[in-house]
Design a protein around this ligand. Structure first.
Ligand code: FAD
Ligand code: NAI
Length: 471
């Protein structure tokens, strides 16, 4: 009989769980990862690889190229007549996702991680039971248990997701046709990314948002510019609006909403509705009570340096507090396992970047202006528009700007806010600078290659001391 005694058993095979398993294997711990897959599917990678980051980025990339081909190619001297092949677009997405999930299997083998397919349940201190699809139960013993069970889409009373007409993000990633009219509930990251995909492919998109702004948490100046850019592309926004119900038929959805501030209700007819109002931690059936863990009011498992209230039980990723991001889960995975292995695990929660992969993209790290004002911290801001960046001009991609915030007294960089094409690939520069506690002058005096969009990052840093040269 196989030995089922481990140093660490990890429940969940998403970015939290699989990175924890790999790091544990690297450090020579005897490790198992229990994962039931998304909707019972047999692939590793969790939400991110199967129904999150990766399939959404595949559709964002393909739909952006489609829009460029239909809208912009003629202007740069390429005449084409593009035709959408949605079936192929979905197939290439599925193929890339398949390769990525297989990649995790390979990494598990390479790092000697035992994989258990099935639902994991904590059955008391140091014990995990795994129930496979066939109902067979395996019992594992572990010195340490790491919970990395992730999150699920949040529901809204009166809006019943059926993934036929009323969709969550998973349904919106796999539509078999381009909607005539897609109504998105929630102007957050999922709503704007997936709304962009379907708008580019031809849908009319209306976004209904409870607050009077889009993307809460994003620097307000950037969010305003972002909304303007999306509206210019044809996305409609209904801000300060409350959805009160949605009725699906075979052919579409009738959605009722009313102004949050009071006023007349209205009915919106849609072909499809995407509900994207956030995600909730996933702890259903996990047996937390067997070790005395009670999630907080919102369902999150509370931790102190990834330790839960139960000895030998740890939690990382979406199931715990903090931004619900794959790279946050990965950071916590490494720190948690290194702590278990007796090393000094560390996560710098102040330097976790955020990105919205739309056009233009938005990327930021550190404090927003609103946060600095609320803290009463004196700061200086440097700005640089992409209209003044030579590479952006040559590429006809001048949307957006860079804003750098630095401490007024010490010049330490406190935040960087970027909006424009490809800024997702540039924010890392400021993450590194901030990790080294750089001053804005350090960035301003660092040679950047010409002609690149990255020069805008340097020019904005120069702006903190008022010597931006190229605008
Ligand atoms: P998950 O990835 O949710 O993995 C948890 C795993 O545990 C799942 O496989 C689940 O089935 C399994 N599980 C749950 N309970 C049990 C149990 N009892 N037994 C066994 N297995 C169990 N983040 C980014 O950083 N960048 C992006 O671009 C991005 N895009 C996104 C797009 C969409 C549409 C969505 C929905 C999310 C996106 N995210 C993105 C968020 C990202 O997917 C999550 O933050 C990340 O997946 C969290 O990782 P995790 O390991 O904590 O949980
Ligand atoms: P979100 O938290 O980003 O946005 C939800 C939006 O819905 C907010 O603007 C909120 O004010 C609004 N809202 C809440 N209740 C509402 C209601 N009743 N009616 C109308 N609007 C309402 O959540 P979202 O977009 O669902 O994404 C979930 C998580 O997934 C995010 O926290 C994000 O971290 C992660 N994600 C990350 C991505 C990335 O990094 N690029 C991409 C997609 C998801």
């Amino acid at each position: 009989m196989a030995d089922t005694t481990y140093d660490v058993v990890i429940i969940g095979g998403g970015p939290g769980g699989y990175n924890a398993a790999i790091r544990a294997g690297q450090l020579g711990l005897r490790v198992a990862c229990v994962d039931k897959g998304i909707d019972g599917g047999g692939t590793l990678g969790g939400t991110c690889l199967n129904v999150g980051c990766m399939p959404s980025k595949a559709l964002l990339h393909a739909s952006e190229l489609y829009e460029l081909a239909t809208r912009d190619f003629a202007g740069i001297g390429i005449d084409v007549a593009p035709k959408l092949n949605l079936k192929q677009m979905q197939a290439q997405k599925a193929e890339s996702v398949g390769q990525l999930t297989k990649g995790i299997e390979f990494l598990f083998k390479k790092n000697k991680v035992d994989r258990y397919q099935g639902a994991g349940k904590i059955a008391g201190p140091g014990k995990v039971e795994v129930t496979g699809a066939d109902g067979a139960v395996a019992s594992l013993a572990a010195k340490d248990i790491v919970i990395a069970t992730g999150s699920l889409p949040s529901g809204l009373p009166g809006v019943e997701v059926d993934n036929r007409r009323i969709l969550d993000s998973t349904g919106a990633l796999s539509l078999p046709e381009v909607p005539g009219h897609l109504v998105v509930i929630g102007a957050g990251i999922i709503g704007l990314e997936l709304g962009s995909v379907w708008r580019r492919l031809g849908a009319k998109v209306t976004v209904v948002e409870f607050l009077d702004r889009i993307t809460p948490g994003m620097d307000a100046e950037v969010a305003k510019a972002f909304q303007r850019a999306l509206a210019k592309q044809g996305m409609d926004f209904k801000l300060g609006a409350k959805v009160t119900g949605a009725k699906a038929s075979k052919k579409g959805v009738s959605l009722t909403c009313e102004p949050v501030a009071g006023g007349a209700a209205e009915t919106i007819e849609a072909d499809y509705v995407l509900l994207a109002i956030g995600r909730r931690p996933y702890t259903d059936g996990l047996g937390l009570e067997s070790v005395g863990i009670t999630p907080d009011k919102r369902g999150f498992i509370e931790t102190d340096h990834w330790k839960t209230s139960a000895p030998g039980v740890w939690a990382i990723g979406d199931v715990t507090h903090g931004p619900m991001l794959a790279h946050k889960a990965e950071e916590e995975a490494v720190a948690c396992i290194e702590t278990i292995a007796g090393k000094a695990g560390h996560v710098n929660y102040g330097i976790i970047p955020s990105v919205v992969y739309t056009y233009p993209e938005v990327a930021w790290v550190g404090k927003t202006e609103e946060e600095l004002k609320a803290e009463g911290r004196a700061y200086k801001a440097g700005r640089f528009p992409f209209t003044a960046n030579s590479r952006a001009r040559i590429n006809h991609e001048t949307d957006g700007f860079v804003k750098v915030l630095a401490d007024a007294a010490t010049d330490e960089v406190l935040g960087a806010h970027l909006i424009g094409p490809s800024v997702s690939e540039m924010i890392g520069e400021y993450c590194v600078a901030m990790e080294f506690r750089a001053a804005s002058e350090d960035v301003a005096r660092t040679c950047h290659p010409h002609p690149t969009r990255s020069e805008a990052l340097r020019q904005a840093a120069m702006g903190v001391e008022g010597w931006t040269m190229q605008a």
